[in-house]
Design a protein around this ligand. Sequence first.
Ligand code: NAP
Length: 335
Amino acid sequence: MGQIRLGIIGCGIAARELHWPALKTMGDTFRITAVCNHTEPKAQEFAELVGGIPYVLDYRDLIARDDIDAVSIMLPFELNCRVTEDALKTGKHVMVEKPLATDIETSEKMIALCEKYHPLVMMVAENFRYRPLYRRVKVLIDEGRIGNTYGIIWNFFTDVGTGANRKYVSTKWRFEEVYTGGFLIDGGVHITAVLRDLFGEITSVNALTASVNPEAGRFDTMNTQFTMKSGALCSLNQFYSARGVRFNSIHIFGDAGSMLVDNDASKITIMEREKPEYSETTDEERGYVGEYEDFHNAIRTGTPVVSSFHQAYADLKALLAALDSAKTGAVVRID
Ligand code: NAP
């Protein structure tokens, strides 16, 4: 299927460390024809990294080019709405990094773009929706391997104040109070995406927040109780300043067995009464390749994308409701 000429807007961590490594394994499907970053050293360095291509400092100069069919937007996400709409106005297909927006009002503006600019393709780069690990978990659950799911506990512990993680703390836009939530939203939407894909809609939420390391934003710790439409209970612990520990697991409890998903090792273990443990490991990450394959396919064939603006809106809404609950102390229902 035909090659898509891609423009990249935002040459930071996501572009360098996540998107480019995926794109360069994808043969002829995409060709990056120009990149943009508002500060020149980053624009220049990334343009060289991806093959010595042209760069611009103003995204409007990039979207005006006629050698670009689609753009991939990887900016501080308070810019997502404006840059997405400007790109659509010039007839470009858009993939934009998660979270969809900073708040409900802006998310609704993004949703309105879907109708206004149809049939241009719009999708959110939610790589977790394409991870083989979660797709395999879904198959096993749907096959009834642990029976009916009644409980989920997701523990995500990391320390953003140390080691390689510090690069995220150094992107100050994550904490400048342009939007609520800091890491709790930035990282949390990956988790609500998976919860919703695996277990259906979230109907209510109550949550508590704490601040451990002020350098990691106003709140870096949250305990959230979600109720799923199926009736299953879900407890999510997002601890971004957990000293000396990195742990990311999902325990899923069914009436016939239990499942442990080790997110870092891409390993699934199923435990049942009086039976030997069963485990399997899936391919590593591959979510970024998956999202670009979906983008390509949607542009070339018109097939709807998996990671739509509507899905990303619902992922974000659940977390914003959790923050609201933590603030007010009330259980928040989600439509
Ligand atoms: P980042 O390193 O700060 O990258 C953003 C880039 O945009 C920076 O290079 C910044 O340049 C540039 N920029 C800012 N304003 C601009 C403007 N008006 N015009 C052009 N360039 C501009 O942040 P990041 O970590 O890559 O995050 C970017 C997005 O990717 C966020 O939405 C984030 O949530 C997402 N992300 C997703 C994942 C994932 O796993 N899917 C992981 C990481 C990030 P300066 O730094 O010079 O200001």
